[in-house]
Design a protein around this ligand. Sequence first.
Ligand SMILES: C[C@H](NC(=O)[C@@H](N)CCCCN)C(=O)O
Length: 539
Amino acid sequence: MTEEIRKTLRDSAAMRWTALLLLALAMFCAYIFVDILSPIKDLMLTQRGWDSTAFGTMQGSETFLNVFVFFLIFAGIILDKMGVRFTAVLSGAVMLFGALIKYYAVSESFIGSGMEAWFTAHLNYIPGFDELGVSPFYEGMPASAKVAAIGFMIFGCGTEMGGITVSRGIVKWFKGREMALAMGSEMALARLGVATCMIFSPFFAKLGGSIDVSRSVAFGVVLLCIALIMIIVYFFMDKKLDSQTHEEEEKDDPFKISDLGKILSSQGFWLVSLLCVLYYSAIFPFQKYAVNMLQCNLTFTAVPEDSFWASSSVTIVQYVIMIIVAAGAFASNFQKDKVRRVLFTVASVVALVVYCYMGYMRQSAESIFAVFPLLAVGITPILGNYVDHKGKAATMLVLGSLLLIFCHLTFAFILPQFKGSELGGVVVAYVTILVLGASFSLVPAALWPSVPKLVEPKIIGSAYALIFWIQNIGLWLFPLLIGKVLDKTNPNVTDPTQLNYTWPLVMLAMLGVAAFFIGLYLKVIDKRKGIGLEEPNIK
Ligand SMILES: C[C@H](NC(=O)[C@@H](N)CCCCN)C(=O)O
């Protein structure tokens, strides 16, 4: 009887995984919106006149307020003071608001409007920011890109606040249990969001034979409405949990500014943050250009519009197969029976082969790149589970950085050698993208669950916020730099599918090299100071 009374929602596996599912689905929708314009960079040039610099500046704007107005730091303080559920709802609402502005900016109704005229004439110079060279706008930037950037900045505040809130929420529900597995599963779903976006953004933009880029953004907005509903349901579960545990996060352990000092004085924290910014700057900004990079490096034969492979139903079938790949790989993690585990894995691999074949037949760069997050969906939970039970997080960080270097150098120097060989190029692209996906499983699965080992529980929210803030500097800078380097190294190229991506890719590989050395140093410090990064989470 006493046992029963003591049981709380988080003691029930079904309940805590339901809470996780709600948060993870909300992040799934958010990640779709993050990259909603990434696979249609070429259309943004032909339909809205965004060159690579305009595109990169808009893409980088997502993190602008987080970095330069320190919004992420405030978000961390709000999270520590107000708790998970309040901050989660706030982040959902902010994301939706920003997304609606971005939708208006790229919609047909913006063209020729008074607002377009105003933004064309204004915001070309931002005092202070321009002098520092960090302005989110520039003289000559298309008005639609400026307004989209404003919306994306607001959205970015919501999504990053959502990110730290979800990490904190997972710690709240899973600490001492399957925490890394839960974080890995949440990230797996987020990765599926990226794959979904790669397939459906161009699908909606080109639906019915006419091109309208705002349809892609509208798709993202609808998903963000669904995300907000998920968060509201989570709100009530979280409230119930607190009433059972009699925990009032916001009152028991009030946040103090001096806590920030404690975090910043930890060497382990700095190394993890540096590794995080270097590694993620070579991944998320790359994601925004990857489809265009493939369009530029692969030789595609145009698929006739009336052919079977060009039909919308094939896109949907291919997406369903993608879900089978992801679900099979993900579910295999949870099979206790060895035979069943093998069966799930084999089904997933067969579906992956079918998926890849369809991508090749459709001659579609977006569906080729969409395999990137798929391996992460299957592997991240396995690796999370491994970190929970065996540890070795620092070693995984080093290995992930090595794979990153290998992949970017392959894209830069080996893939272009296959230009002209349709099949050869696609095979090299698939293999490299899948290996990059494996790297993108290793690093996040090891990095995020390591944070609770670096700081005290009550300041985890602020610690995640600070790491995200440092990471956001890179996520702001690198989309912009890639765009600028592209424009500089391709001065006379007008066809958006004929750009040379060598230098941007070399730049990203260099980030991997720096991350690799930080990872090695982290291993040394971990051993010397006994931080426990190589230790399992569950002892
Ligand atoms: C959990 C981690 N999330 C992040 O790093 C976020 N700061 C980035 C969100 C994507 C762009 N706004 C991850 O996805 O591995």
